[in-house]
Ligand binder design. Structure first.
Ligand code: IMP
Ligand code: MG
Length: 207
């Protein structure tokens, strides 16, 4: 038993990759299903820094709870949290409204709730994209009912003219054309989240 453990420890010694490759984002292979790049890695970085600056100024001297909506917003959150100067806590929620399809069902379900209480806290919901707005509408209402000091929304993308409900986003990265987009955390059928840019899928792909 003892020697087994020792063996495992020896085998578990980490080995660092010896030849890290730097891959400029423009050279990142573009899957054939991507019609075109809408927002490059560079443009996204600038938008994230801009939003981070605004948040840092708006919440200066206050504690902020960032609520990330999984899975789509996980990369945005990872970058945004490092662009915010101040006291920040993060937590995660998983909700579904789409399943594997490209159209919102309008029915939002909480799959994973927050681990922390939002009571008497300033809450900022971090979303990847606002399309119909139904998901965020539900989330804002749900979190507001839990007694926070404030609830605001930061969304990286805001699809123009698609909203089926009134929803106020305090921080928006980009206005986005009415197309199904993927990359930088956003998926289609769980694929493409790893693309460093945001691109539109070809119409044939989204059928
Ligand atoms: P909404 O409820 O229609 O606003 O949709 C919200 C959620 O649907 C987003 O948080 C995304 O996860 C997903 N979604 C909406 N549009 C797109 C898209 O163009 N690409 C990938 N996911 C999307
Ligand atoms: Mg989302």
């Amino acid at each position: 038993m003892q020697s087994d453990k020792a063996d495992t420890a020896q085998r578990a010694t980490p080995v660092l990759a010896t030849q890290p490759t730097y891959r400029p984002s423009l050279a990142y292979p573009q899957p054939t299903e991507i019609d075109r790049v809408l927002f490059s890695e560079e443009q996204i970085r600038e938008a994230v820094l801009r939003i981070g600056d605004q948040i840092s100024a708006d919440y200066a001297g206050q504690k902020l709870l960032l609520v990330t909506v999984l899975k789509g917003a996980f990369i945005f959150m990872a970058d945004l949290v490092r662009a915010i100067v101040g006291t920040v806590e993060i937590d995660f929620m998983t909700v579904t409204s789409y399943g594997a399809a490209a159209e919102s069902s309008g029915v939002v379900r909480i799959i994973k709730d927050l681990n922390v209480s939002v009571k008497d806290r300033h809450v900022l919901i971090v979303e990847d994209i606002l399309d119909s707005g139904l998901t965020l509408k539900y989330l804002v209402k749900n979190l507001t009912s839990r007694g926070p000091l404030s609830v605001e929304v930061a969304t990286l993308l805001f699809k123009e003219g698609k909203q089926k409900t009134d929803i106020c986003c305090r921080y928006v990265g980009f206005l986005c054309p009415d197309e199904f987009v993927v990359g930088y955390g956003l998926d289609y059928g769980e694929n493409y989240r790893n693309l460093p840019y945001i691109g539109a899928l070809t119409p044939q792909t989204v059928d």
